[in-house]
Write a protein of this length. Structure first.
Length: 115
């Protein structure tokens, strides 16, 4: 079955960095565009970043452009999110999924940016 396992979250001070990972299984990873979403408490889930199946293009939300970098390793069925210059407003649970695969979600990984 389709599974996503996110990891790498934690508590970090403003200006700090984290690298999130998402291990995917149950589908042909290399065929799919991959997404990172986040959901802050009391807010809608929002798309943060997207990467093509071959890594030839990437898209970012305006709020993270220039600070976050999405990447993937198709040999490891894993997508990453490098987050730099973190701000308190980046605090959220972060999820990955495969674009248009279906409503499959992992448990997410909590990122808290606070001094």
């Amino acid at each position: 079955q389709v599974q996503f396992v996110e990891s790498g979250g934690g508590l970090v001070q403003p200006g700090g960095s984290l690298r999130l990972s998402c291990a995917a299984s149950g589908f042909t990873f290399s065929n799919y565009i991959m997404n990172w979403y986040r959901q802050a408490a009391g807010k809608e889930r929002e798309l943060v970043a997207r990467i093509s199946s071959t890594s030839d293009w990437r898209n970012y939300a305006d709020s993270v452009k220039g600070r976050f970098t999405i990447s993937r390793d198709n040999a490891k069925n894993t997508v990453y999110l490098q987050m730099n210059s973190l701000k308190p407003e980046d605090t959220a649970v972060y999820f990955c999924n495969a674009h248009r695969l279906g409503p499959y979600w992992g448990q997410g990984t909590q990122v808290t940016v606070s001094s």
